[in-house]
Design a protein. Structure first.
Length: 124
């Protein structure tokens, strides 16, 4: 069950804190060579396009999407992340954040995420 913006007065503070954590993650990504694309609101590096989002329906969660990440392997490796489904397919992952969240740890996990293996047909 999600903790939504407006459930109580504290929810506004929690949502603000979550947004600050997303900003800190973005700054850490940039320090690690990721480029912020202002037009598409995403980070880019090594043919990866990474988006960070928040939701007013779940004020203490961040949502991460990167089509290069193998989401299920990632979530199996790091139990603090959970897959978010759109129908039968995982479209992004989420994690709970708080004032105790380790920003560098999240960034390290994102950067070292297991990636989807690309199908490369061998020509004989």
């Amino acid at each position: 069950m999600g903790y939504s913006l407006g459930d109580d007065r504290e929810s506004f503070d929690v949502f603000e804190q979550t947004n600050l954590i997303v900003e800190k993650i973005g700054k850490e990504l940039q320090q690690n060579g990721w480029i912020y694309n202002k037009e598409d609101y995403c980070f880019e590096k090594d043919n990866r396009v990474l988006s960070l989002d928040v939701s007013q329906d779940h004020v203490s969660s961040i949502y991460i999407s990167d089509s290069k990440i193998d989401y299920l392997k990632f979530c199996n490796k790091y139990s603090c992340f959970e897959p978010i489904y759109d129908g039968d397919e995982v479209c992004e992952i989420s994690t709970y954040v708080s004032n105790k969240t380790n920003i560098k740890d999240i960034v390290s996990k994102i950067q070292n995420a297991p990636l989807v293996e690309e199908n490369k047909d061998l020509e004989l």
